[in-house]
Design a protein around this ligand. Structure first.
Ligand code: SAM
Length: 211
């Protein structure tokens, strides 16, 4: 992010969130980049989003950032890693957000849909990159009319573009993931009833909405 813009945006950062960011950095937990978070928060405010489904909780950094925007916001967030669930539970309690954030210890591809809300204003996809299309197809029926799907990491640290050129310095595993993300990005572009906008911010963000 441009350092000047970052300084302006970072004025909003509170001590409690800076501590979470430091924890993530020290323990190498991937969390949303600040610039992408700003876009996500702006969408939530402008679209007056009240119900959110998040795929991929980690330490609940993004869920807490979304929940603090308004007490009217409720979030179902899905996480399959037991250690992350324990950390997220602790953080949600520390922020006093248990009534707003409902954490499900589950694989997102296995949860019964009737355990979730019938509709969400926003679906945030931020879990296993190779499964993005499966997440989208599984949860898009829960998208409210006028709702939006936000997908993070669509550039995968520049690896998607690299894999399309020679990709020689990428491991086989990273090349595979990068190809899956590229396929997903193009898949979003082919949906007849949806419009996707792609942004080169943070690690790349796709914003998809019904036409
Ligand atoms: C990038 S992190 C989420 C970061 C979080 N959204 C934030 O910005 O603070 C991705 C998380 O998704 C979880 N995950 C990956 N695949 C999943 C799946 N199929 N179901 C549930 N959680 C999954 C991982 O365990 C990891 O904690």
């Amino acid at each position: 992010m441009n350092p000047y813009i970052e300084t302006l945006n970072r004025n909003k950062a509170t001590k409690a969130f800076i501590e979470l960011e430091n924890y993530a950095s020290v323990h190498q937990v991937p969390i949303i980049q600040y610039e992408s978070l700003m876009m996500l928060q702006m969408l939530i405010r402008t679209k007056r989003v009240k119900t959110i489904l998040e795929i991929g909780t980690a330490i609940a950094y993004s869920a807490l950032q979304m929940a603090t925007l308004s007490e009217e916001i409720t979030i179902d967030t899905l996480e399959r890693d037991e250690k992350m669930v324990a950390l997220a539970t602790k953080n949600i309690q520390q922020f006093g957000k248990q009534t707003q954030i409902h954490l499900h210890f589950v694989d997102a591809l296995e949860i019964e849909l009737d355990e979730l809300q019938p509709q969400y204003d926003l679906i945030f996809i931020d879990a296993a990159k190779a499964q993005y299309q499966k997440f989208f197809e599984r949860f898009v029926p829960l998208l409210a009319p006028g709702g939006i799907v936000v997908t993070d990491n669509i550039l995968f640290h520049g690896c998607v573009e690299q894999s399309l050129s020679d990709g020689l310095n990428l491991s086989k595993n990273v090349q595979h993931l990068a190809k899956k993300i590229d396929q997903y990005n193009h898949f979003l572009n082919t949906l007849p009833e949806m419009e996707t906008y792609y942004f080169d911010i943070g690690d790349g963000l796709a914003i998809t909405m019904r036409k």
